[in-house]
Design a binder for this molecule. Structure first.
Ligand code: DON
Length: 583
């Protein structure tokens, strides 16, 4: 598919390059180690969804970011280098979710056989307290936890990328940040989806920022418009030149703290200085002869993925077949039971004791699913208490596989679309609203009628529970499949279904990504089905007694599969601007 705004190539004219040369000479010099404006034209790009590559492959939410990742691989960088450069690029070209003001998780498989996870989840500021989102009547106020300065957790992205690079990167750091710097300084043309999304957020941007910001202009955005982010470019230059300290100390840190003080947020210079990305042991388990490597708490994703896959595996689901009423019902019932456990037990492992071995015990999971009754739903009220909030698709996932066999599967986020909507004044980047992922009032229904548990209550420096589930599947100790998606609570069920679709039902990679998904999260006791979900299957589930609700897109799944050593398939989700790239 060709970008429909190639016409704006002319805007990236000699004038722009002249100005860049005169005013940004140092950038221009460094840009020699950047492909932007050379091999990558930010004004003429296409959206390749399904590709075959022979050496390395990158899939992400934006074609320019995927192209940056492939360029890094071609320069001799490894998958970790490429994943770092892609995340910096997404912070520019996909501002709804790509970020330096948020956080995430990176699952890494190294060619030497080692698996590891970098946790760069945001954490609560030191002055946070369990009641900070309750109003005078004691009820949670989601306006406060979702918008503006109070909703912001101390960002983790730059620390995470820095630690990953220090431990496992190969190319110079500057080379990984420079493409993003160029994209921010010189601009790129935006897609129809991005234009729509910026227009939708306009009134929120105006409500939560008193200074002009790059995301708001006098007229409505349209496909092909140029988005230039000069303040973000300056921030990226500081990160490029000073590494982690370019964000957590000095000018950027000052600008964050000043913005917090102006808008009554909590993040202090001390919070920024003490933030650390944490390297953690992945959750690993065998499934169908494959080795699944995925994310541990403070994401719920890995624990729940293992629970759900283990539960369905007590039944001959592969024989029941893809999208059959029975296999779909079994998966729904596994989802229901796992989400009930999540609400009760999961939180930041550095703050609460999580009974992981019990939750993952095969006998426990066997008992848990043993009351599965074909054609009869188990009412959620018969399982356990706890609920999860509805969330939309504004996180983002990326996968990178390099020619040496290193693999990275990373999901990072601002939480909601454009996070808190608050831009750091003078620094040009959006801050997350991740504080909403805590349970604002454990045990009590919030404004959406949803509850959480004390395991995920707010505490200073605690990390809020996540659903992000970046995952790598190994076959004979080699990367076979990389996947992940945004989608809040639906992330885990989407990854679960993608794996079952491929490992049990043998769907093509394209279909596993793009076919309609379904989601049950225990409470409310509803099966959400994505538009396009087969009517016959909906009717079969309704006849069994399931309550079905149709909803828009579920997730934006990215996938890489290596079929043989030199045969790599990359699939970007058709639901968004996602794109695969490779060589
Ligand atoms: O960490 C989490 O689970 C959420 N903050 C993710 C949010 C999300 O996926 C929103 N949109 N896709």
């Amino acid at each position: 598919m060709k970008c429909d705004h190639v016409f704006c190539r002319k805007k990236f004219s000699s004038t722009v390059w002249y100005c860049a040369f005169i005013f940004c000479l140092p950038v221009a010099v460094l840009a020699q180690s950047s492909p932007i404006g050379k091999t990558i034209d930010p004004y003429a790009y296409i959206f390749p969804k399904d590709i075959v590559a022979t050496h390395g492959c990158v899939v992400s939410a934006h074609p320019l970011a995927s192209a940056v990742g492939t360029w890094v691989l071609q320069q001799g960088g490894n998958a970790v280098d490429a994943a770092i450069a892609v995340q910096f690029a997404l912070a520019v070209v996909y501002p709804a979710a790509g970020n330096i003001g948020g956080g995430g998780f990176m699952v890494i498989h190294l060619a030497n056989g080692r698996n590891t996870v970098i946790d760069y989840r945001e954490e609560a500021p030191g002055l946070a307290n369990p009641n900070m989102f309750l109003d005078s009547t004691g009820r949670p106020n989601p306006r406060l936890s979702l918008y503006g300065a109070l909703s912001v957790g101390t960002p983790g992205t730059v620390a995470g990328l820095w630690e990953a690079w220090k431990a496992y990167g190969k190319l110079p750091w500057k080379m990984l940040v420079q493409p993003a710097t160029d994209l921010a300084a010189h601009g790129f043309c935006i897609s129809a989806q991005e234009a729509q999304s910026l227009n939708d957020a306009r009134s929120d941007f105006l409500s939560y920022n008193t200074q002009p910001i790059a995301f708001v202009k006098a007229t409505r955005w349209k496909a092909g418009d140029t988005l230039i982010q000069p303040e973000l470019a300056q921030t990226l230059m500081r990160i490029r030149d000073k590494g982690k300290d370019g964000f957590y100390a000095g000018e950027t840190a000052n600008l964050i703290v000043q913005t917090m003080q102006k808008y009554h947020g909590l993040i202090s210079a001390k919070d920024l200085a003490r933030y650390r990305a944490i390297e953690r042991q992945p959750i690993e388990f065998n499934y169908n002869g494959y080795r699944i490597v995925t994310v541990p708490p403070p994401s719920a994703g890995g624990v729940m993925l293992q629970q759900m896959l283990t539960m369905i595996h007590f039944y001959p689901i592969d024989q029941w077949g893809y999208a059959s009423p029975l296999s779909t019902q079994l998966m729904i019932e596994a989802e229901r039971r796992s989400y009930a456990d999540r609400a009760q037990y999961l939180g930041d492992p550095d703050f609460v004791r999580i009974p992981i071995s019990q939750l993952l015990d095969t006998n426990y999971l066997h008992r848990r699913i043993s009351d599965f009754t074909p054609a009869h739903p188990t009412p959620s009220q018969d399982i356990q208490a706890g609920r999860f909030p509805y969330e939309s698709e504004e996180t983002t996932h990326l996968c990178v596989l390099d020619s040496a066999g290193n693999a990275v599967s990373a999901t990072y986020t601002l939480n909601n679309l454009y996070g808190s909507k608050l831009v750091v004044e003078g620094a040009g980047f959006l801050l997350n609203d991740e504080m909403d992922d805590f349970s604002a009032k454990p045990g009590t229904a919030n404004l959406y009628g949803l509850t959480g548990s004390t395991a995920n209550a707010i505490a200073p420096y605690k990390r809020m529970l996540s659903s992000m589930t970046p995952t790598i599947v190994l076959q004979d100790q080699q990367p076979y499949l990389l996947t992940g998606t945004p989608g809040g609570a639906t992330i885990i069920t989407s990854v679960f279904q993608t794996l079952v679709d491929i490992l049990d039902f043998h769907l093509s990679p394209h279909d596993a990504v793009n076919n309609p998904k379904f989601h049950h999260q225990w409470l409310p006791d509803v099966v959400y089905v994505e538009k396009g979900f087969p009517d016959s299957l909906t009717q079969a589930l309704q006849q069994m007694g399931y309550q079905i609700e149709k909803r828009e897109a579920i997730g934006r799944t990215e996938l890489i599969i290596r079929k043989r050593k030199n045969y790599i398939i990359g699939v970007g989700d058709h639901r968004g601007d996602d794109a695969a790239s490779g060589y």
